[in-house]
Design a protein around this ligand. Structure first.
Ligand code: ADP
Ligand code: 5GP
Length: 197
């Protein structure tokens, strides 16, 4: 059976990961989105089980103890984690799965799953990143300051990824990711059976 891709999209907060992933999922119907758990409070319009599984810090810590996560990280003061079970199940069934996670989480997944497709999304500039995250209007002053302060160091971690994609415009960035995925689906290691002819 051909193994599904583990697609990891990462980048500094406000780069446009959520926006680009949404566009990608609309264009590629075969990709499942990995819903993370988090201890942060829901934003207006967010739904339990759609954007995130919202958990208390205590519940989250119990999930860590139970080994429920592929990776988890403390991001800007809250826990975020990728549930392990659905990923293994979907990939084994040949289904591609998309993780939208922070840089610490992505670096941990690189260790555990080196066959993943690691994509770093870049903003056109630090100024534009600031404009985008402030324009989104979802953060408290403290959360905004933390995210902006972390941005430059986070972007430097992009060097460790296989792919770097510029998010200058949503459509163009999504097309670049689709080009990467088209090539990744032809990777020899994804389907060893094809050589047994
Ligand atoms: P992230 O998930 O990386 O934190 P979001 O997807 O929430 O980022 O995007 C942050 C803000 O930037 C949103 O208001 C979004 O509409 C906007 N945005 C995303 N991509 C672009 C783009 N290519 N050009 C202009 N604005 C963008
Ligand atoms: P937000 O609070 O803006 O939804 O997300 C904050 C950051 O946490 C983003 O960079 C987002 O990609 C990241 N994130 C979301 N889910 C996970 C996860 O499961 N693991 C890790 N490590 N980071 C995550």
């Amino acid at each position: 059976m051909k193994k599904g891709l583990l697609i990891v999209i990462s980048g500094a907060s406000g780069t446009g990961k959520g926006t680009v992933c949404k566009e990608l999922l609309a264009r590629e119907s075969g990709i499942a989105y990995s819903v993370s758990a988090t201890s942060r409070a829901p934003r207006a319009g967010e739904e339990e089980g759609r954007e995130y599984y919202f958990r208390t810090r205590e519940e989250f810590e119990q999930m860590i103890a139970d080994g429920a996560f592929l990776e988890y990280a403390d991001v800007y003061g809250n826990y975020y984690g990728t549930p392990l079970a659905p990923i293994e199940k979907r990939r084994a069934a040949g289904e591609d799965i998309l993780l939208e996670i922070d840089t610490q989480g992505a670096l941990n997944v690189m260790e555990r799953c080196p066959d993943g497709t690691f994509i770093f999304l870049l903003p056109p500039s630090l100024e534009e990143l600031h404009r985008r995250i402030m324009g989104r209007g979802t953060e408290s002053e403290e959360s905004l300051a933390r995210r902006l302060a972390a941005a430059r160091d986070e972007i430097l971690l992009g060097k460790r990824y296989r792919y770097a994609v510029l998010n200058d415009a949503v459509e163009a960035a999504t097309e670049r990711i689709q080009t990467i995925l088209a090539a990744e689906r032809m990777r020899a290691d994804m389907d060893p059976a094809q050589f047994e002819i």
